[in-house]
Design a protein around this ligand. Structure first.
Ligand code: ABU
Length: 462
């Protein structure tokens, strides 16, 4: 084992050194991947030296997500205390279904869930669990909503007239989950959003009322706290009133920005969160833990048990259900995603998590100020969002993003709203500072200046 630990230390130290010089890994075109790297699996073993060489090549050419060159998705950075927790979780290798198999790690998960529920204003009757990602926490909310409408579905199978409401700007997991749950993709109703990307409550109310008249059963309203493109927050109190009137499960998908519940300054974006039935957030997004760290909490823990528990005498052999977390989880074997969050939270305190969240909004202000003060840029997104959407010199956003990627300069993505396409710059890496944000714009400006021919001669194919 010592040799392996030494190899890990070598690879990690060398990578850290290299990242200081090269924030973006050398781009390997996908069509050249297998001829560039030796990924093949063979009958015979490699020598230790050969093994280290191929592993180093792989590590060094892998997309770098912890540097100042990565703004492509809704995560980034490298929080050391959280990494320590995740490395320990790998070494300990527990499965979180029973107290017998995970011991005190069950308590680690439970204190995170309890503290989350307490901060958002729920009582002892609330609880939660961890799932493999935001899509799956949304899926869990849909299953609980379905089972509340008709508890027989889980035994007898589907019912054709259930309806789910989500905004046009919401995450693409909702139609997939409707397929998985038997509700059906065709029963997802897409509610239009207003000018700043928030679900329009007048439309929601009208669509629900029309569905009731037609004989549909409104089952779930899925709100978003931080839409994937604009980072908008749907209004909770208005949706809660509508849901109460019609007995509909209300879920808030806070995968991207739900962690604002930890910030005194920004928690107003989640005003009314205590009114909802379920709420999910990803600590691997705003809080910067390694992937994945997805939490769902429910106001009444009964629903977790009703939808997810199943007897298994070969598994549940000791202790109370409260400590056998397989009774409330989506999966059976389940890795310990809680420990990395716990090591982070324990080391910086709730105040430290708040600072992480607040810093991202500060960085977004820096970016918006820069854009607003420079006439070459046009801003499309709004204040109080950590997605800063813009165009530069009217150059198609997809051209800039794709060329930056292919030239190993910077990873940033594009999005669209109301038929406008723009660069989506996400200030989610709280390890960045003002200089890193300003440097992002400098990289784009220098790149465009140095590659004028590419931008004037043609538009890149999508
Ligand atoms: N849930 C992942 C969203 C990915 C993105 O919008 O970048």
């Amino acid at each position: 084992m010592q040799n392996t630990i030494d190899l890990f230390r070598r690879l990690f130290s060398e990578l850290l050194e290299d990242e200081k010089k090269n924030t973006v890994a050398q781009h390997i075109p996908s069509e050249k991947l297998y001829e560039t790297l030796d990924l093949s699996l063979k009958e015979t073993p490699l020598s230790e030296e050969e093994f280290e060489k191929v592993l180093k090549e792989l590590v060094f050419t892998t997309t770098r997500t912890a540097t100042t060159g990565f703004f492509n998705q809704l995560f980034g950075g490298r929080n050391e205390k959280a990494i320590l927790g995740d490395l320990l979780a790998v070494i300990l290798n527990n499965s979180m279904y029973t107290y017998k198999a995970a011991g005190p790690q069950i308590g680690v998960e439970k204190v995170i869930l309890k503290e989350t529920c307490r901060i958002i204003g729920w009582d002892e009757n609330s609880d939660g669990t961890f799932a493999p990602g935001g899509s799956m926490t949304n899926f869990m909310s849909m299953l609980m909503a379905r089972d509340v409408v008709n508890e027989k579905i889980k035994n007898e199978g589907g019912q054709k007239n259930l309806r789910v409401y989500t905004s046009k700007e919401s995450h693409y997991s909702t139609p997939k989950n409707a397929a998985f749950s038997g509700i059906g993709r065709d029963n997802v109703q897409y509610v239009p959003s207003n000018d700043i990307g928030e679900m329009d409550m007048h439309h929601l109310k009208r669509m629900i009322e029309e569905d009731v008249v037609k004989g549909f059963i409104p089952t779930l309203v899925n709100l978003t706290a931080g839409t994937t493109v604009l980072g908008a927050f749907d209004p909770i109190p208005e949706a809660s009133n509508i849901c109460k009137e019609h007995n509909i499960w209300l879920h808030v998908d806070g995968a991207y920005c739900g962690s604002v519940f930890l910030s005194a300054k920004h928690k107003h974006l989640l005003k009314g969160i205590e009114l909802v039935d379920s709420f999910s957030y990803n600590a691997h997004k705003m809080l910067g833990t390694p992937l994945s760290c997805s939490v769902i909490v429910v106001k009444d823990k009964k629903h977790l048990h009703d939808s997810f528990s199943n007897d298994a005498s070969y598994l549940y052999q000791t202790d109370h259900d409260e400590f056998n977390l397989g009774k409330t989880s989506l999966q059976c074997g389940r890795r310990n995603d809680a420990l990395k969050f716990w090591t982070l939270w324990k080391s910086v305190g709730t105040k430290g998590l708040e600072k992480i969240v607040d810093h991202q909004f500060y960085l977004a202000d820096v970016a918006r100020d820069y854009i607003r003060s420079n006439s070459d840029y046009r801003l499309y997104s709004f204040d109080e969002s950590i997605s800063v959407c813009f165009n530069y010199k009217n150059i198609p956003a997809r051209d800039i993003c794709t060329l930056l990627f292919e030239h190993s300069e910077m990873l940033v993505g594009y999005g669209s709203y109301n038929d406008q396409e723009f660069i989506r710059f996400v200030t989610i890496n709280a390890q960045n500072d003002k200089g890193d944000i300003l440097n992002f714009f400098k990289v784009i400006e220098q790149f465009v200046e140095d590659h004028k021919d590419l931008f004037t001669s043609h538009s890149i194919e999508a």
